[in-house]
Design a protein around this ligand. Sequence first.
Ligand code: ADP
Ligand code: MG
Length: 618
Amino acid sequence: MALLQISEPGKGTLPHEHRLSVGIDLGTTNSLIASVISGKATILEDTSQTPIMPSIVHYGEQGILVGHEAEKMQLLDPKNTVASVKRLMGKDIKDINPNDFTVQLGGGDGTISIHTQQGIKNPVETSALILKNLKELSEKRLGGEIIGAVITVPAYFDDAQRQATKDAAKIAGINVLRLINEPTAAAVAYGLDKKVEGNFVIYDLGGGTFDISILRLEKGLFEVLATHGDSALGGDDFDHIVEQWVTEDLNAEIPDIKTKQLIKNLSRKIKEGLTEKDEISVDETFAGLGAIKKTLSREKFASLSAGLTNKTIACIKQALHDANLTTNDITGVVMVGGSTRMPIIQLAVEKFIGMPLLNNINPDEVVALGAAEQANILAGNTNDELLLLDVIPLSLGIETMGDIVERIIPRNSTLPVAMGQEFTTYQDGQTGMVIHVVQGERDLVKDCRSLGKFTLKGIPPMVAGAAKIRVTFQVDTDGLLSVKAKELSTGIESSIEVKPSYGLEDKHIQQMLESSFSSAEEDKESRALAEIKVDGKQIIAMIESALEQDKNLLNQDEVNHIYAMVHELTKALAASDRALIEEKTKLLNEATATFAARRMDNSISKALTGKTINTLEF
Ligand code: ADP
Ligand code: MG
């Protein structure tokens, strides 16, 4: 893969011109903000002297609370407390499980509505409150206004989710210098770009998401070779495992949300306790449930959660496969996210890769620190050049005849990227062309995700295949796509910014990827079948129009024979037998060979009629 150099605005500035910038890790569970102070990336602490702010918003009767204050309200007023809002960003109600949330959720028009005593709110404005809180905190700490921020998102965030994040920043009054992938930010914090060369795995297991990135370092530059992950896998799932263990012997149903929340908190505490201790004992009494008295050992927890741990290892394998590497090619592994503190995770990853892990930077802070370093560069405070290269997670293409996808930008292409391809018209005199943009790895449109459609109008009427339409796809450094179609002879063009309707769950991306690996053979066959069907239909259309014009060149028997062959092919096209369609197409071609020859002669003699010998050139 070619290395792209991203040129950055604003070269080095004088020290007194230092422009304040921040890096923001907008997490599912927790959010952090950092800034480069005296040349060093530093986490900015809030007044409670805790660097980590829970990503929680409480819509109270009296007002809105964010962070630690809101976290307290989770128990007291769960119905008006929004946690894990990141999971709702860029989604539709049908993509999520409303039972995972203590607030009442609605929607159906492509977004999600959050029902609170303060009225109906949406995920973007809720997320904006978290961002605004962080921004205010940073301006207080830094003593001035920030000119911009780098905000991190999971590598698997699709266009809609990235766009929703940008929208939230806009509402919060933050100028987004760039959105970058969380694992990429972590790599910067470890200064991997300053090493000589190598391949690195970035393993990020947070509260609700899991990301794997494979980075290649060469001559001080690095490139993201592959990304993989699962946005529905994180520390929360380990909490659920403990929760099941806590409640497995209970006869009664958990009476209310508050008790449910208490048990949830207890389960998380047990899980986190097992990071330090070999076993944790519970001895608690819950109103309406009675006493829970039992002990969980680290071994037992390891075996209960082995399924989750193995799932993350399978993701590493897939990412290595995508990057064309084996564990032997790996020079280091960076651990990111609070959940990588768990010994079971550390052991499993270390064992799989076969080397000690890079884990000496606080795994909660590493993403925000890296983002701050990049923000500092983007703000023009250094002479460093930023050479971060991210990749697109799924291939992008357009629909062509026969519902086949023509890939324009392959998956894992580095950003920013622009690629184009020429297409042509299918019918004589065609003056419009629908450009249907799709995302996914499969060959047929129905197996991919539709991102949007637009029409290029005003193509001058020409015979089929004569018009030249260049379709260009451009994905910017934030991962947002714009598509342009241009008819080359006239220069007319049409374009769209793809801001897809919010609503693709990363789980779907995962499924789409998995199904593409298992269906490569099936796809090849479907594609071949679809292609031959298009050819067959085109031949029939051509013959029918030729018959209309020049039937007089044939006798009745010949006409009947051709119609019979057309009928045979039409019948074959309705079924899905490739060999049969091939055979019938061949027969039809043979049946029309003489007809074609006579038409050719005829058109030549037509061209000659009426012309005198003098005007003819030989
Ligand atoms: P996110 O990126 O999703 O906001 P974080 O990286 O902040 O998440 O990680 C939060 C997760 O880390 C939670 O599930 C939390 O329980 C877990 N975690 C934090 N500290 C520990 C610990 N000492 N042992 C185990 N898990 C921990
Ligand atoms: Mg995180």
